[in-house]
Design a protein around this ligand. Structure first.
Ligand SMILES: [Zn+2]
Length: 705
């Protein structure tokens, strides 16, 4: 949870359809480096033992066994995921510093380590590079990050005066203005005044201001979950510890934590659930400034918008109206002290990693407890990751220079072509859709933008972000604040401008992929084009089960329960007939019920929270199986590869976190539930009614079948 608030919200809102793990995952795993010093592709492929010609399920299983032996007691007919992954999962042992392992995190850790090598070389050489060059920025920033003495001396740095303004506010007006100034200048928000600039959902060629929701700390999902009580208690202790570190006495801090909890529970009770946040019908609420004043009766909206630097807009989009009403009702003098304490804690929490070491440690320990991690990362690993986080595009350019292959790009483009064609067939064979709707759906496929590798032009933010070294008065805090200012200036400069659809929201070194409904585009960063997801040396079937499945999943998001509400231009515009929407709703209910029936560690999967992703997974498997057709060996290979790619291992606490907050079902369910609903799976394997994987034909689900 690197707290670049705007960035996180942006990611959550525009690129929310990520295939693998989201930005919320802070801990990567495994230092299992290949021996080879060659590029990722070569070296890693060796290590993963996945590049044989005939990678059938048996082959994949055997090769992932440490000693080449398989001692399976699990039958694939009962649990396909366990069967395929038994060996690899036996090999994986989570380090005490990690909460989670899967191929996404494995590759992320690998890429990060490569970037760390570059950083080490730069830090250790004596060269002075031109001011403003990526090399010099990395050198200077690493020095700031690793200079603990400087960090301890700097504390909140430039933010101190903002903190003082919050602490000394004597009225609600003064309090709100202190928050608005903090948000307008640096993008930090707590209760009110958070906003982001994104494509307008009603007109995706323009940008609009979205008024964001409050920071709900550990989150509604934990606060309202009876079985998560121990984590909530831990979090309340953490609030207390942070406020004590801030200078409150133990009893003051305990009292404040109690009051913050009361506010938090009140706010959460009026907050949308995670799945509601993906529904534009609920979150797209346009307000003029005058209407906003009627919503926030306890605030001078004019003054607030000016301090936020967003006055003069025709409209403001309020994401969570119920929560805004609740917050307005809480903005009264009798709550002033509790509100100030709430915002104090949020600011300390948001900046903890960049502040003095005591704050950073408290936060790290809290995150670790939440995810079931029992040992802190070593300092160097923390410093390296932070340097990379703060200079994402500088590292991105370096990554592409060293690792991207145009040949791989061409191969993946061809595969995308194949998948889009197959999807057209899937759309055309739906008997419940009118011809007019089918035409619009096909149009959406034909106009879908495809981005692979890296942007043609590096974003302006790359050069806007400059690093001031310690020798010139810089610090980690001051440079982090510069990155926040750059993000705000960059987004404010877009208001009134035409949307540039060639821009990228993720860096090339990101191990992930996404569909953006506003741009009607699928995006595959350079780093995901590697084994085990993709290899130029592997069979087409294996690649279809790997990156092909991921591509088909992203394409399906254009037609999931949220994506289907946007047209080919990326505008929120329901292009279905009422009857079709009804049938769609009936199908989605069957998918919700189906997934609700699965459980992991005794906890039921949340079919509603995971609906969009499940629709995408089910669509993907249909598409891949249809492309392969009746070649049984190829199907076997593709299914096996797909199951293997989702192998994962989690601490119990981390699994709890995922089940509470992740819009993807747990990986094991993603594999088994999807295959159990896929007819082709039954055609190639002898699955009978008594088997664990068996689902009767009439109970199999999916929208795009
Ligand atoms: Zn997805």
């Amino acid at each position: 949870m690197r707290k670049k608030i705007i960035a996180v919200f942006l990611a959550a809102l525009t690129a929310f359809q990520l295939t693998g793990c989201t930005q919320l995952i802070t801990r990567q795993i495994m230092e299992k480096q290949p021996d080879s010093e060659s590029a990722v592709g070569e070296g890693m492929e060796e290590d993963r033992g996945q590049d044989t010609e005939g990678g059938t399920v048996e082959g994949i299983k055997q090769e992932s066994a440490a000693d080449g032996e398989s001692s399976s007691e699990v039958r694939y007919q009962d649990d396909y995921y366990e069967y395929v992954n038994e060996n690899i999962l036996n090999e994986i042992e989570l380090d005490a510093t990690d909460a989670h392992w899967d191929w996404f995190s494995e590759l992320s850790a690998y890429v990060s380590e490569e970037m760390s090598d570059i950083t080490r070389d730069l830090v250790n050489d004596e060269n002075v590079y031109p001011k403003g060059s990526s090399e010099q920025k990395i050198k200077d920033l690493y020095e700031c990050v690793s200079n603990i003495e400087n960090r301890n001396e700097t504390g909140l740095g430039e933010l101190q005066e903002y903190m003082d303004a919050i602490r000394s506010a004597k009225t609600i007006d003064e309090y709100v203005m202190a928050l608005a100034k903090l948000s307008g200048d640096y993008g930090f928000s707590s209760i009110i005044g958070g906003y982001t600039v994104m494509q307008d959902r009603a007109d995706s060629s323009k940008y609009a201001v979205y008024m964001m929701y409050a920071d709900t700390l550990i989150g509604k999902e934990y606060i309202e979950n009876q079985s998560a009580g121990e984590y909530v208690d831990l979090y309340l202790d953490y609030i207390c510890d942070m406020l004590t570190e801030f200078g409150m006495s133990g009893s003051e801090a305990a009292k404040s934590a109690d009051e913050i909890e009361t506010l938090l529970r009140d706010i959460c009770a009026s907050t949308l659930s995670a799945e509601q946040l993906y529904d534009p019908a609920i979150t797209y609420n346009t307000y003029t400034k005058e209407q906003l004043q009627k919503l926030y009766t306890n605030v001078d909206v004019d003054d607030m918008l000016r301090a936020l630097r967003i006055d003069g807009q025709d409209k403001y989009i309020v994401m969570d109206v119920g929560q805004a009403e609740k917050i307005n009702s809480l903005l009264v003098e009798e709550n002033l002290q509790a509100l100030k304490d709430y915002s104090t804690f949020v600011l300390l929490n948001d900046t903890a990693e960049y502040s003095s070491q005591n704050y950073a440690r408290l936060k790290e320990d809290m995150d670790n407890a939440l995810y079931g991690i029992t040992q802190r990362w070593d300092d160097e690993r923390v410093y390296m990751n932070m340097t990379q986080d703060l200079l994402p595009w500088d590292f991105g350019e370096i990554y592409v220079d060293r690792h991207f292959s145009e040949k791989d790009k061409k191969n993946v483009e061809d595969m995308i072509e194949l998948i889009l064609d197959e999807y057209e067939d899937i759309i055309m064979r739906q008997t419940w859709l009118s011809d007019a709707t089918k035409r619009k759906a096909v149009r959406k496929l034909e106009t879908m933008q495809v981005k692979i590798g890296y942007p043609d032009e590096w974003p302006a933010a790359k050069d806007m972000m400059q690093v001031v070294p310690v020798s010139e008065g810089g610090s980690l805090m001051s440079n982090m604040l510069t990155s926040m200012q750059v993000a705000i200036d960059d987004s404010l400069s877009r208001l009134g401008e035409e949307v540039d659809r060639s821009e990228w929201d993720v860096t090339p070194q990101t191990i992930n992929a996404y569909y953006s409904p506003q741009n009607n585009e699928i995006v595959f960063p350079a780093a995901i084009l590697q084994s085990p997801f993709y290899s130029g040396k592997r069979s087409d079937a294996a690649n279809l089960g790997g990156i092909g499945y991921i591509i088909a999943h992203e394409v399906s998001h254009a037609f999931d329960s949220s994506g289907s509400l946007y047209d080919e231009y990326g505008n929120y515009n329901v292009w279905w007939t009422d009857e079709e929407r009804e049938e769609y709703a009936r199908l989605t209910q069957s998918i919700i019920d189906y997934y609700n029936g699965y459980e992991i560690m005794g906890i039921a999967v949340d079919g509603e929270l995971t609906l969009m992703e499940n629709i995408a997974d089910l669509g993907a498997v249909t598409c891949i199986a249809a492309i392969i057709g009746d070649d049984e060996e190829a199907l076997d290979e593709a299914f096996g590869q797909m199951a293997y790619n989702w192998a994962s291992e989690d601490t119990a606490s981390y699994m709890m976190y995922l089940i509470n907050t992740d819009t993807h079902a747990p990986n094991k369910i993603r594999v088994n539930a999807v295959l159990s609903s896929c007819d082709a799976f039954y055609e190639i394997y002898d699955i009978s009614e008594s088997d664990g994987m068996y689902v009767a034909p009439e109970d199999r689900v999916g929208i795009w079948r």
